[in-house]
Design a protein. Structure first.
Length: 176
């Protein structure tokens, strides 16, 4: 696995342009594309206007005094308010359709993987129950039951923080 670059200074305009161009190609699925990995990047004073960073990894990036940073972050937010119908992949490729109630706390970082503090199980596809245990205690998903995370991490920048992990679309949950 490629280690993230450790940024020690502000990006030059050429470095920033190269990152954005490669990220745009990656996002469109084109050759030569590369997901923007700005973990720990020092972006103070960077002008982010027009930057499409959907799917970029910005965990720990210093956006202090970066121009238009609030707009870029807002454009990456994908979780609407209200009840959500979403999908989760469990062990053995079993899929679970969940309802995230409007009052449940929810989060996602800069990618498409999301999490919530609890969810109602609407349907289990491919088995009688869905089971997960990869990154914590064993959790079972049964139609008609509410599943509550063993811990909830309120820090939205931690993609793999505590919570019930899910994707917004079935296609994302089915993808390897």
């Amino acid at each position: 696995m490629k280690r993230p670059r450790r940024w020690s200074a502000a990006l030059t305009s050429d470095e920033w342009r190269d990152i954005l161009e490669k990220h745009a190609r990656w996002h469109r699925g084109e050759d030569g594309g590369q997901r923007a990995d700005l973990q720990g990047a020092y972006l103070q004073g960077a002008d982010l206007q027009g930057a499409d960073l959907q799917g970029a990894d910005l965990q720990g990036a210093d956006l202090q005094r970066a121009e238009n940073a609030d707009l870029v972050i807002a454009l990456t937010r994908i979780l609407p308010e209200g009840d959500l119908i979403v999908w989760k992949r469990c062990n053995d490729r079993v899929l679970v359709r969940l309802r995230i109630p409007a009052e449940a706390r929810r989060s996602h970082a800069f990618g498409r993987k999301c999490r919530a503090e609890y969810a109602d199980v609407l349907e289990v596809v491919g088995a009688g129950i869905g089971v997960t245990c990869a990154h914590g205690p064993r959790t079972e998903y049964r139609a008609g039951q509410r599943v509550v995370a063993d811990k909830w991490d309120p820090e939205w920048t931690r993609e793999c923080g505590g919570g019930i992990h899910f994707y917004i679309t079935r296609e994302e949950a089915e993808a390897p």
